[in-house]
Structures are given as C-alpha cells and as structure tokens.
Design a protein around this ligand. Structure first.
Ligand SMILES: *Cc1c(COP(=O)(O)O)cnc(C)c1O
Length: 485
C-alpha cells in the first residue's frame, strides 16, 4: 500500500514515511491509494478482540511495517489501557487514560512512529508539535511521554479548554514533554503550527540541530487509520447484542471537530462496512452544517466558545481528504479549493462534488438543546452522556425527524461525562454553585451513582508542572527555547 498527497506533489509514499512526515511537502494530506474491502472477510471471523481486529485493519495499510512489529505496536498501545464498549447504541470511545476518544489513536501513534522512525533510519529526536482544543494535547502527552528520541510540545488556547482539561495537561509528567498556553483561540494555535510546518527553512535549521518536526494532529495518517477500527468493532458489537443483523445498514452519528473521526467512518464504509448515512454533528460553530447544506465552506465567522470545546473549530482539516474523494481524486481541484480557503476564507465545491456529499447530513445543536438531551437521556435510561456526545444525540434526533429514516444508529460517544462534569451537573440541575471543578466531580458521582474514572479522581491533588503562557506571535520562539537551540 502506498500513500499520496491530496495536492498531487507526492505519490508512492510508504506508510513509514507518511507517518514520519505527518503532512506532505505540498501542504496536502496523505491518503491511501485504495481502500481494501475486507468486511466480508472480517464478518466471518467471530469474536476477535479489539487488538486482533485492529491488526487485520491496520495491516491493510501499513504494509511496510513487519507483521510482528505491528502486533507489538497494537498490544503496547492498547493492552489494558483502552477498551471500546457499546451501550444503548452509543459507541463509548472514552475508556482510556485521558477519558476521551483521542486515546484510541494517540496511544497507537507513538508506537507506530517509533517503528517508522527505525524503518526510515531517521537520526536525532522527533519533535511532535500539537495544537489542541483540549483533548488531543493530553492524549498526545500521555502517548508520547518518556518514549526515547521523541519530544512533545503542546499548544493550547489559554481560555479555550475546560479547567479539568487544562489541569490534565499542566500536571503531565515525563522527561520529554512541554505544555504552552496561548493567548488566542484554537484556530490561532493551529494556524501557527501549520505555519511552522510550512516554513521549510525553519525546519531545515532544526534538522541541522538534530530535531525533526512532526505532527500528532489528526492530519497524521498514523492517527487516522487506527480510528477505522472502532467502527468495525462497534458494528460487530451491535450484531452480537442482537440490535442489528449482520449485513444490515446502519447510520453513524459523529460529533465533529477536525473531521477525523467521521472521516474514519467513511473509510470504514469504503472497506465494506454497511454504513448508509454519515450524520455530522456540530455545536454552534456550524461551518460543516452550512457546508453540507449548500456546498459552501465559509470560515469567516467568529469562533464561539461552547461547552463542547473539542469541537470549537472553524477549519476542519480532515475535510480535505473527503473533498479529494468527492472530486474523483483530482489534486488540481483540491489545490484551488485550499488556496481559496487560505486567501478568501471560503470556497464552493462543484456540482459533482455536491452530489457526492449526499451521504452526509450536517446539523448542529445549541447549548440549550445539549442540556435538554443530557437530561432526557439520563431521566429515561439512567445513562450519562457528555456535552460532545449530546451534540451528536440532538443532531441524530433532528435527522430522524426530518428524514423518517429508521435505520439503527451508532452514536460516537467521545468523552467521559466526568470530563465535563460542571456542564453535566447544570444540565441535570444538580446544585454546584460556588464549588470548584474537582468537587463537582464528586457531586456528579454522588448524585448519579456513577464512579469517577480513575485518572480524573486523583487529578485535584496533582502538582502543576507546566506554567508557560505566550502570545501567538511567540510560539516559534517558545519552541526554540524549549529545545535549547
Ligand atoms: C476531538 C474530539 C471531537 C472531534 O473529533 P474530530 O475527529 O476532531 O472531528 C469530538 N469530541 C471529543 C470529546 C473530542 O475530543
């Protein structure tokens, strides 16, 4: 299997190189040459563990990595650290060390990168640069901490993440990690990271000093491919639970930010998984809702800070990969669209691409709708969902009402409700006025009779180990100063 850039400059790239580079030299994203159809093969294999299923799927793509090495990478990533459960049609993706779905990809990425680095015979340290809207940062720090010959630098919007998310990052242990707050929003941080990646002379200078920059954002193909696994796993669980018959079509609902998670479900369908519609759920930052309605992507609007901060995004990077498929893999079209997005802040896709997008439904949820959904699901099913998942639930209801489509759904549940416990308490009308976020965890636990996930239960007492804050204009300098060059 080889990879190519959505913008046409590179093709026949091996997975090891694509994983190490993160982003193509032309600014495009790496995509696989094809999507092997292995659903029919997998459905005959009953009772695969998550790790075994992961091997079957990932091995179709990362073919230059030795089978035994891939097995080791998967086991080191997931064994006893991450599990997926399906409850009430919710695909719970948050049973990992950071309590959010990004663990699935970011526990795996360091393991595969370590091996890719060996294959590419890369010398020196790889510096993982990440802009985070909250969850990626912590998951990257957890995944890469203390891995030899890697460093992790995480930029986060100082006032754009929850206090629990912030504390998770600021207490991060490890000899190779750095966390920096930015006076700006997530898009500022992400744009600056993108600009650093696009600055070839800056990167050359770092390479001379023994540092190669790479990315852990969901644009890295090493992060995207392992996300395909949980859609297969979730589907087979629904079959096992008797909710659907093998081969029956389902719709997937995905609370969406950077478009990585939902894109993985699209890739799963290309591999044969019986998915009909992709229901793309946004919060008030409804760029994608508008896009799926009229084919116009328009980032020219104020970013709204919501209670689902991991989805507070105006530029969903992974959409470029879907556009690439929609255009019939036409790099010229993609280059034009991305230039337009950069220069005008907007683009419109052509009619053929609009037709392609018919499998996608976009809508959004307001704060009030999210609160009502959390309360409704709890009162009815005694089941807690977080604010991101609630966005998905609201949009699922809107879709079903508009379409009368009664196909079973799989709703990606992307974070533990305890990670956003203040919002959950407000939604459930649990009185938490004037108590700090860590006591709120206890309140939520007591009132709903649910256990606090272990990693969050002890967070309150942990020591702050990072305290640097800088302006968005100073991000490069902050990086250089951390690396000591
Ligand atoms: C990152 C994240 C999302 C959005 O996922 P994308 O792959 O960026 O679309 C949704 N919910 C939570 C909790 C997240 O951390």
């Amino acid at each position: 299997m080889y990879f190519r850039s959505t913008r046409g400059l590179e093709n026949n790239v091996t997975s090891a190189i694509a994983i190490i580079n993160g982003i193509s030299k032309d600014g495009g994203l790496y995509v696989p040459e094809s999507f092997p159809n292995i659903y029919s093969f997998l459905k005959e294999k009953k009772n695969l563990t998550y790790e075994e299923l992961a091997f079957e799927i990932i091995n179709e793509y990362f073919t230059d990595i030795d089978d035994n090495e891939l097995v080791d990478a998967i086991n080191e990533a997931y064994n006893e650290r991450f599990t997926v459960q399906v409850k009430n049609n919710f695909l719970e993706l948050y049973h990992g060390p950071t309590c959010a779905f990004k663990d699935a990809a970011l526990l795996f990425l360091p393991q595969i990168m370590k091996r890719a680095k060996k294959i590419c015979n890369k010398k020196g340290d790889i510096v993982i640069l990440t802009a985070t809207s909250g969850d990626t940062g912590k998951a990257a720090l957890e995944g890469f901490k203390d891995i030899d010959e890697f460093r992790v630098v995480v930029y986060y919007p100082k006032n754009g993440v929850s206090s629990i998310q912030e504390k998770q990052m600021l207490t991060q242990k490890g000899k190779n990690v750095k966390v920096i707050g930015i006076n700006g929003n997530f898009d500022d941080a992400q744009n600056c990271v993108k600009q650093i990646f696009g600055d070839n002379s800056f990167k050359e200078k770092l390479i001379e000093k023994g540092f190669t920059l790479s990315s852990a954002n969901s644009i890295n193909i090493g992060r995207l491919i392992p996300q395909i696994v949980y859609y297969f796993y979730g589907y087979f669980e629904l079959v096992k639970q008797g909710t659907i018959n093998q081969g029956e079509k389902i719709n997937v609902v995905v609370p969406t930010g950077n478009f990585g998670n939902i894109l993985a479900s699209y890739y799963a369908k290309q591999m044969g998984l019986p998915i009909d519609k992709f229901i793309c759920a946004s919060n008030e930052n409804k760029v994608l809702t508008d896009f799926f309605r009229n084919g116009i992507y328009n980032r020219k609007r104020e970013l709204i800070l919501t209670e689902s901060p991991s989805m507070d995004i105006l530029v969903s990077s992974n959409l470029e990969r879907l556009l690439f498929e929609a255009s019939g893999r036409n790099s010229e079209i993609i280059k034009d669209l991305m230039t337009s997005l950069n220069e005008q802040g907007t683009y419109e896709i052509n009619d053929q691409m609009k037709e392609f997008m018919k499998d996608f439904y976009g809508n959004y949820a307001t704060k009030e709708e999210v609160y009502n959904a959390i309360k409704e699901v709890y009162d009815r099913d005694n089941y807690l969902i977080d604010t991101h998942t609630a966005v998905g639930y609201v949009v699922k209801n809107k879709y079903q009402k508009e379409s009368n489509d009664t196909k079973p759904v799989l709703i990606a549940s992307t974070a533990s409700p305890f990670k956003f416990s203040r919002s959950i308490c407000k939604a459930l009308k649990i009185d938490i006025d004037k108590i700090d976020d860590f006591k709120v965890l206890d309140e939520l636990s007591k009132s709903t009779n649910n256990d606090i996930p272990k990693s969050l239960a002890t967070l309150g007492e942990e020591k702050i180990l990072h305290n640097e804050v800088c302006d968005k204009s100073e991000m490069k300098e902050a990086l250089l100063s951390y690396l000591g060059v």
